[in-house]
Design a protein around this ligand. Structure first.
Ligand SMILES: [Cu+2]
Length: 475
């Protein structure tokens, strides 16, 4: 069947389907008895239909180019984005586990970062021992939904597209021919693509007032220290996805980057701040306290004061996100490549909506990013930022033989799952520590790439830290 005949066949099929749906008006016989006799279809008939005014076939030039061969040799930068669809048991904050579905052994899946106009070649492979098929719907693409067709176990499929629009975009499993898509996404098969604007990010303007009350405009360079935060929920019964709970919006956990209460203090922070690893900084929040939790242990997000910080935030879930940072104002909110707001307290993200928040933490301190829905806060949506040196830890840092630091990231690193790949206006993080919903394989890859397993390093440093703190009279 050549292309033209195939297209006509589709028209005939649609016409017949229409006849079935609206059987009282048109009958199958009427339709086939009029013009759509596929055997008699030729250019003349096409022209007749065209002249009738209702139907015009424009194939295929009007469609976006998606042919991988053509796009790969188009001269554009090509990103080979390879994912595998894998089911794994993953830990919960309660110490129990749940049956997770992942892209490449992590929740959320790996972040793709490209520049507007680049070509993405997405390849999804499903290992042969996986029980079900999976697909990948990338919201950064503008191509036919047919490309997101599920891939069977033991098979691999690719599709290509040009990332035409800048912004942050969800990607997610499309289930098995759409069936159980909710289960797959809410069990962990989601991630983001960051498409940097072709001309880079804009400078950040922050309005302040001088001592006399006059308005000052402070400009920060486009380069920023960047983080990614993805909000979602779990709907579980005995460690398995519970569709009934999802349908009634009764989630069992609110997760940020796949984890409940993932970014909270742990015993190392207790020691440094309170002088005792057992004395909790926050009795309420420290659900992930303990070296034995390894990469699941709570970690904090460290930034400098007066530093341009850029947050990529996506609502992957089924509930709204009212994004707010306790003690801060969101200096700029961008969606796509358009500024939506400046100096705003909270910004609302519906399901499958993302935004870029630019801000500067002026004062040394502790700031909690929350979903300002109290149910979400108390079920896991608390992410603690520490700006500058609010606990006067630099004397301890210097006592350990290091230079004073502008943020604790220079000592402890920032959590690997909260840091996106480097883009064209990224300030490099001083170090990364291993933190996230990862399989052992992902953890060893991170180690090989230089991320620090703090659960191994901190016990070795505990002795020297206690000695310095004792000498300083802090304990
Ligand atoms: Cu899936």
């Amino acid at each position: 069947m050549n292309k033209k005949t195939s297209m006509l066949f589709t028209i005939a099929a649609v016409a017949v389907m229409g006849a079935t749906l609206f059987g009282s008006t048109y009958t199958n016989t009427q339709i086939s008895g009029q013009a759509l006799d596929i055997n008699k279809m030729d250019a003349e008939v096409l022209e007749k239909i065209h002249q009738m005014g209702g139907l015009q076939l424009v194939m295929p030039q009007a469609f976006a180019e998606t042919d991988c061969g053509v796009l790969e040799s188009s001269g554009r930068t090509v990103h080979d984005f390879q994912l595998t669809g894998e089911s794994h048991e993953m830990p919960l904050v309660t110490g129990e586990t749940y049956n997770a579905m992942t892209f490449s052994g992590q929740v959320p899946g790996p972040t793709l970062r490209v520049t507007q106009g680049d070509v993405v070649k997405m390849t999804l492979t499903i290992p042969s021992d996986e029980m079900v098929g999976h697909g990948n719907d990338m919201h950064a693409s503008q191509i036919t939904a047919g490309a997101f067709e599920s891939v069977n176990p033991g098979e691999s499929t690719s599709y290509c597209y040009i990332a035409e629009s800048a912004g942050i975009f969800k990607y997610h499993c499309s289930g098995v021919k759409l069936a159980a898509m909710d289960q797959h996404v809410l069990s962990g098969m989601y991630g983001i693509a960051i498409v940097d604007p072709a001309n880079g990010y804009k400078k950040l303007m922050v309005e302040k007032t001088s001592g006399s009350g006059e308005l000052d405009r402070v400009f920060y360079d486009a380069d920023a220290l960047e983080f990614q935060l993805q909000y979602n929920q779990l709907y579980l019964t005995d460690g398995n996805y519970d569709m009934g709970k999802m349908m009634s919006h009764q989630n069992t956990a609110t997760v940020v980057n796949g984890m409940q209460f993932g970014y909270v203090p742990n015993m190392a922070h207790n020691l440094l701040v309170m002088g005792d690893p057992e004395k909790k900084i926050s009795a309420v929040l420290q659900a992930r306290d303990g070296l034995d939790l390894e990469e699941q242990q709570g970690q904090l997000l460290f930034v400098e004061n007066d530093q341009h910080v850029r947050l990529f935030i996506e609502n992957q879930g089924n509930e709204p996100v009212f994004f707010h940072i306790v003690g801060e104002i969101l200096d700029r909110v961008t969606q796509g490549n358009r500024v939506q707001s400046a100096a705003t307290e909270t910004w609302l993200l519906g399901g499958s909506q993302g935004m870029i928040v630019d801000l500067v933490f002026d004062e040394p301190g502790v700031y909690a990013a929350v979903n300002h829905d109290y149910a979400a806060i108390y079920s896991g949506a608390v992410t603690v930022f520490v700006a500058g040196d609010p606990f006067n830890l630099n004397p301890i840092v210097e006592g350990l033989g290091m230079d004073a630091v502008p943020s604790y990231a220079y000592v402890l690193g920032n959590p690997s799952d909260a840091v996106p790949p480097v883009g064209q206006n990224s300030i490099a993080h001083p170090a990364l520590n291993i933190h996230g919903m990862y399989t052992d394989e992902v953890i060893s890859d991170l180690k090989a790439n230089g991320a620090i397993p703090l659960w191994e390093v901190v016990p070795e440093l505990a002795g020297p830290i206690i000695e310095v703190m004792t000498n300083l009279g802090r304990i």
